[in-house]
Design a binder for this molecule. Structure first.
Ligand SMILES: NC(=O)c1ccc[n+]([C@@H]2O[C@H](COP(=O)([O-])OP(=O)(O)OC[C@H]3O[C@@H](n4cnc5c(N)ncnc54)[C@H](OP(=O)(O)O)[C@@H]3O)[C@@H](O)[C@H]2O)c1
Length: 324
């Protein structure tokens, strides 16, 4: 038996229970992993609440790093003792040990320690697909990134800056603004005290931006549309403030024949080749020092409920890691 954070019902952070669970031997195509660090992600709160249904009871968590303890038949790309990281379904990362599909795990290079991997596999690969696949940012572009001091935000800010983009980043407090600025954001907008649509128009001399990365959702979605230049793309990749209202297709033409997409990382890493390309791109920018992964909060895994409370209360910045 090992310990894990499990839910038996959907609800607030109080449904997260620290319990003993069985871990089976790995079946064909699976590995058994001993976690050394587990990533906290906003999607964990959606899954906890039931916005995306899980079979119950369920261990939460989609991102982790650890050591391979056992291999099922047919697993050839990994060996017992390998240090690995992953970010994908199925859930189960909030555990001391778990069995999981081998094909979602990648070996970690020496340049990426376990806590950094747990902090960056999901948030960093998300930044990768957002800025290099979903909409390809080019040097010289000005882009708008919401919640720039968050987990995805601090990684995307550094990466966009490194690519030669001018980054307009929204934040919820002056302290978060300072942090985002230190991570490559050129123009800070506090969307709690300033009208971000007006600020983007000012900064771009009325031209708007070719892309908005919006992980905030309901509170920013309509404003984000108004920040786009003609033919621009609104990448709505998360719902931290709640799900946006349904889109009126007429608004897409009114705002300049714009595009709206609601992408998921897992579709961009669905094949082994796509996963390795995305992970290697991330490991390269971490290894070169262009993107620094900082773990701004750690909690014992057993205190995952407190970590969820703090994330939802907007008290965290950057990445948070749960320690088994
Ligand atoms: N589509 C995908 O594949 C994918 C993958 C990974 C993450 N995501 C999404 O990316 C977003 C960021 O994820 P993350 O894990 O890095 O979280 P995070 O950015 O560290 O935390 C969310 C941030 O959103 C901002 N926010 C604005 N309104 C909020 C509200 N009403 N309640 C709570 N927070 C609010 C807060 O920053 P301020 O205080 O500065 O406003 C908060 O810190 C989430 O929406 C997540 O679902 C999507």
């Amino acid at each position: 038996m090992v310990h894990a954070i499990r839910i038996h019902e959907n609800g607030g952070p109080e449904v997260l229970k620290w319990e003993e669970v069985d871990v089976a031997d790995p079946a064909a195509g699976e590995i058994r992993v001993r976690h050394t660090a587990v990533g906290l992600n906003y999607i964990d709160t959606y899954l906890r609440e039931g916005a995306r249904p899980l079979p119950l009871p369920s261990v939460l968590g989609l991102e982790g790093a650890g050591v391979v303890e056992a291999l099922g038949d047919g697993v050839s790309h990994l060996a017992v003792g390998d240090r690995i990281g992953y970010a994908d379904m199925p859930v189960g990362a909030y555990s001391e040990e778990r069995v999981m599909p081998a094909h979602i795990a990648v070996k970690l290079p020496d340049a990426v320690d376990d806590q950094s991997a747990a902090a960056a596999m999901l948030k960093g690969m998300t930044a990768q697909f957002l800025i290099r696949q979903c909409f390809r940012v080019e040097p010289g572009m000005t882009v708008l990134l919401h919640a720039a001091a968050g987990g995805v935000g601090l990684i995307a800010s550094q990466w966009l800056n490194h690519m030669g983009a001018t980054v307009i980043g929204t934040v919820g407090s002056p302290e978060k603004g300072e942090l985002a600025k230190a991570h490559g954001v050129h123009h800070i907008v506090n969307y709690n005290t300033e009208n971000f649509v007006e600020r983007v128009q000012e900064i771009t001399d009325g031209a708007g931006v070719p892309v908005v990365y919006d992980g905030v959702g309901k509170d920013t979605f309509m404003g984000s549309m108004k920040c786009l230049s003609p033919l621009g793309m609104l990448v709505c990749f998360g719902n931290a403030s709640g799900a946006p209202d349904p889109v009126n297709l007429g608004d897409l033409s009114t705002h300049g024949s714009i595009f709206v997409t609601r992408p998921m990382l897992f579709h961009y890493t669905a094949t082994r080749d796509a996963l390795e390309a995305c992970a290697n791109d991330l490991f390269d920018v971490i290894g070169s020092g262009a993107v620094k992964i900082e773990v701004n909060q750690t909690y014992p895994l057993s205190e995952a409920a407190q970590a969820h409370r703090d994330l939802e209360a907007r008290k965290t910045t950057g990445s948070t890691v749960l320690l088994p």
